[in-house]
Design a protein around this ligand. Sequence first.
Ligand code: ADP
Length: 336
Amino acid sequence: MLKLKKRIATIGSHSALQILKGAQDEGFETICVCEKKRTAPYKMFPVADEIIEIDSFKNFLKVEKELIKRDAIVIPHGSFVEYLGPKKIQQLKVPHYGNKKILDWESDRVKQQEWLTQAKIKMPKIFEKPEEIDRPVIVKFHGARGGRGYFLANSTEEFYKKIAKHPDEKFTIQEYVVGVPIYVHYFYSRLTGELEIMGFDKRYESNADSIGRVAAADQITTNLQTSYTIVGNIPLVVRESLLPYFIKIGQRVIEESQKLEPPGLFGPFCLEGIVTSDLVLTVFEISARIVAGTNPYVAGSPYTFFKYNEPMSTGRRIARDIKMAIEQNRMDKVFN
Ligand code: ADP
């Protein structure tokens, strides 16, 4: 395969295996920037042509010059956004795939709410004050942290009792929505102008996904508390009759982002929510970058197979977008 001059780089965590493998499949050389203690998977699986070791992901900016010298393009993912934070990402000089400014909208709860509300997406009620709690709520700590420490409360009193264990944390109190959790993976390309559904997943969370193995009577006597620590992702296919709905809401999110932060959201994104029994998705979060729920689909999902007839992961789709931009000399459509 013809080797492309530019390289694709990301940090070793989250969906790096998929991103790097997808980039290799599209003809790019790849770089994994990795904490010394986390290199094992990137040595075991040959997806990185080069591994640059750093002491801490927080020091990513120290290797930026190296990446620029190697003509690298950085692909953001969940851990990348978490470790660098939106401010440092804005300062990056190395080319970065996607609209950096959108990450501000994603990481700010108020902005996220404005965006999704204007796109007419249903969201769970937010309780500004604990005193307002009048139904089951889920209390979430700020920053993507894979559900760790989140707890449920049924009243103001219960909230205060449980929050006492987290004295210095910033949190959000959200209505607890009963239904099935579902993560919708999308991709929007500015080169083709098309929105694609890449797949769906549900998460495997400890201990929420095993509470049902304990009888209700035992749950009470053992004083079990539900937690939502993410352990893995489970692939999912939705009822075909729901697809028009998921396509429509994805399009509204893109259109609204184009008004709020031109040129808008592009590349991979994910709506994360609960489908209630009336078949409406109540979205509790949007991710404006690749999500780890795409990892089961390294060799493509049922949906990407319809379109591509070849293994097409979200990581590979990103690399293809960049390759297309290079070939068409339209690089402004993949960075900004
Ligand atoms: P993080 O962004 O830290 O990974 P999420 O916001 O995705 O965490 O929430 C973690 C889990 O908590 C979800 O997978 C879901 O099971 C549950 N959850 C989150 N928000 C709600 C909600 N409003 N109602 C019901 N369950 C929720």
